[in-house]
Design a protein around this ligand. Structure first.
Ligand SMILES: [Mg+2]
Length: 290
């Protein structure tokens, strides 16, 4: 598999979609916070579809009169709102949706175990391929990731990784993708070193305390509602990666395209910029330091 070549030269004005101006007095960035799945890593590509399908199966058992299309729209909406929080929160929403339809749900833990079982097969296959060297890390990274991380590091920006996925899995998958050198010990996930993990906690208790003291030095990258909102709320600049992960996996030789559904939610969450991947972001990053 050969990834399409990132175009090396691109005008700043051609870079992504500028949604809103940068906040007054913001910059230059000294800390950058990255989400993991769908923002850097493609190892868990397909998790949304697995969770949507499973949720629809569960809701179907309630005997609701809603159509499949109506249910799918409801499920996608509540999953998206919780994306970025530990996975448990999405299954709490599912249990609530079952209860709203007049049926006593199973516990969110039971739902989560079944979802993780379904996801594990796919994730396990990709992790194994990386471990054995059958897949190159670049095939399971959002295009342009490594150049971007190198560029930010070159400017002295401290890089942080925070994910709603379990911390031990994020650490292992970052290692398999060759990202450990960039983030070192600054990798945070659910049920890890931070009790009651949330991205807001990482921003306020780790990053802002250590580095910038306020959001004027904070740059965030994510493909989920929660991380975009939390970065913006903290006074930072949020770059939304409305990544079409399935296309990146299925058609790696083609240029990335914007996932329109993600785009709308991420703009609503407060994103300053929307991009499909990191190809061509170099000049824009340079401009943040001028
Ligand atoms: Mg994500």
């Amino acid at each position: 598999m050969v990834r399409h070549e990132c175009r090396s030269v691109m005008n700043i004005k051609d870079f992504g979609e500028r949604v809103r101006p940068l906040p007054e007095g913001w910059g230059p960035p000294c800390a950058a916070l990255f989400d993991f799945d769908g923002t850097l890593s493609l190892i868990r590509e397909g998790w949304t579809e697995i969770l949507v399908k499973y949720s629809l199966e569960i809701l179907d058992t309630t005997g609701t009169s809603e159509t499949a299309e109506q249910l799918e729209a409801i499920v996608r909406e509540f999953l998206m709102r919780q994306t970025g929080k530990p996975t448990r929160f999405q299954l709490i929403e599912l249990a609530a949706a079952v209860r709203e339809r007049g049926m006593e749900p199973l516990s969110p833990e039971v739902y989560e175990a079944e979802y993780q079982r379904r996801l594990a097969e796919r994730v396990g296959r990709r992790r194994e391929a990386l471990r054995l060297g059958k897949t190159s890390p670049d095939c399971l990274l959002v295009p342009g990731t490594r150049n971007l991380l190198e560029q930010l590091r070159g400017y002295g920006v401290t890089l942080y990784l925070a994910s709603g996925t379990e911390e031990t899995a994020v650490v292992e998958e970052a290692r398999l993708l060759g990202l450990t050198d960039f983030f070192e010990a600054r990798i945070y996930g659910a049920e890890g070193t931070i009790p009651d993990f949330s991205k807001a906690k990482v921003i306020h208790e780790i990053i802002l305390r250590r580095d910038t003291l306020d959001g004027r030095g904070l740059l965030g990258f994510g493909d989920g509602f929660v991380e975009i909102r939390d970065v913006v709320t903290a006074g930072g600049v949020a770059i939304a990666v409305a990544s079409d992960e399935q296309r990146m996996i299925d058609a790696p030789e083609s240029p990335s395209s914007i996932n329109g559904w993600k785009r709308l939610r991420l703009i609503e969450a407060g994103a300053h910029h929307v991009i499909p991947d990191y190809c061509g972001i170099g000049n824009y990053i340079d401009s943040l330091f001028e």
